[in-house]
Design a protein around this ligand. Structure first.
Ligand code: UDP
Length: 261
C-alpha cells in the first residue's frame, strides 16, 4: 500500500499562490496515483483535511457533511480525493481511504519528531516560538466570534493518534473499498483555551495581542469521529490538550531551529 502525506498546507499562502497549491497538492497526487496505477500497489491512504468541508452549517462535522471548500488549499485536497475515487471506480481491485485531518498537534513522545514549518503559521508552534523568544508576540486572530469566549474553536488531534489511525486504516482496506474518515478528538478548544493551557505548560510569560480576524477562519470546526470508531475501533487517546502542548514544547525546546542544521 501507499500513504501519500506530502503537501503544502498553509491556507493563507494558498490564497496568494493558488496554482502552487494545485500543482504541488493536486498534480502531485495525480503523479502518485499514476505511479500506483502502473504498479502492483492497490491500496492508497491519503492525507486529506477538514478544510474540504469549508464552513459547514452543522456541527460536529460528519463524513457526509457537504464538502465545499472556501480556499484553494481545501480545493486542492478535494480534487485529490476526487481523483482517488475516480481511479477506484475504474480499477476494481484498487482501494482508497481519504483521511480528513482536523488540527494536527503535538510531537513524538520519544522526542525525535516534531513540527517545523517555514514560515510558521499554526497556533501551537507560534505560541511556543513566542515562549522561546523567537517571536515578539502571539497575535490572536479575532476575539469577536460568535463562540462562548469570542475566539475560534478547533479540534486538536495528537499526531501520534493520527499515526495509529493510518495503520488501522491500511490494515482494514479491502479491494474495491472507498472510505472516508474524520480524524479528530470530537470536541473543540478555543484559541483562548489553547493560550491558557500553553501558559501553564511553558511556565513563562509571552505577549499576546488581539488582532483582526484572519480571512477564511470559520468560528467553529470540530469532528464527529464516530465513524472510524464504529467501523475500525480507532479513537483518539491523547486528548488532554496540556499534554499535547507539552509534547510539542519538549520538542521545540530541544530543537529551537527545527530541522535546520
Ligand atoms: N490563530 C491565531 N493566531 C495565530 C495562528 C492561529 O489566533 O498566530 C488561530 C486561528 O485563527 C485559528 C486557530 O488559531 O482559529 C488555529 O489556527 P491554525 O493556523 O493553527 O490552524 P487552522 O485551523 O488554520 O488549520
Amino acid at each position: 500500500g501507499a500513504i501519500h502525506f506530502a503537501a503544502l498546507k498553509a491556507v493563507g499562502e494558498s490564497v496568494e499562490k493558488p496554482l502552487l497549491y494545485y500543482n504541488n497538492n493536486s498534480a502531485g497526487t495525480l503523479s502518485v496515483l499514476s505511479a500506483i496505477a502502473q504498479s502492483k500497489c492497490r491500496r492508497f491512504v491519503f492525507s486529506s483535511t477538514a478544510a474540504t468541508y469549508g464552513e459547514p452549517t452543522t456541527m460536529p462535522i460528519r463524513e457526509d457533511t457537504p464538502q465545499l471548500p472556501i480556499n484553494p488549499y481545501g480545493w486542492s485536497k478535494l480534487v485529490s480525493e476526487r481523483m482517488a475515487l475516480d481511479l477506484r471506480a475504474a480499477l476494481p481491485d484498487f482501494s482508497c481511504a481519504l483521511l480528513r485531518y482536523f488540527n494536527v498537534a503535538g510531537a513524538a513522545a520519544n522526542g525525535t519528531l516534531g513540527e517545523h514549518h517555514d514560515p510558521e503559521t499554526h497556533l501551537i508552534p507560534v505560541i511556543l516560538q513566542a515562549a522561546l523568544g523567537q517571536r515578539k508576540k502571539v497575535v490572536l486572530f479575532g476575539d469577536d466570534y460568535p463562540t462562548p469566549d469570542g475566539t475560534c474553536i478547533r479540534d486538536y488531534v495528537h499526531v501520534e493518534d493520527l499515526v495509529d489511525a493510518h495503520i488501522v486504516v491500511m490494515q482494514a482496506l479491502q479491494p474495491g473499498d472507498a472510505r472516508a474518515y474524520n480524524l479528530g478528538i470530537g470536541n473543540g478548544y478555543s484559541v483562548k483555551e489553547i493560550l491558557d493551557a500553553a501558559r501553564q505548560v511553558v511556565g513563562r510569560p509571552f505577549e499576546i495581542e488581539i488582532g483582526p480576524r484572519r480571512a477564511g477562519d470559520p468560528p467553529e470546526l470540530y469532528a464527529d469521529p464516530s465513524k472510524i470508531q464504529n467501523e475500525l475501533g480507532w479513537k483518539a487517546r491523547r486528548t488532554d490538550i496540556a499534554q499535547t502542548i507539552e509534547s510539542a514544547w519538549r520538542w521545540h525546546q530541544a530543537h529551537p531551529r527545527g530541522y535546520e542544521a
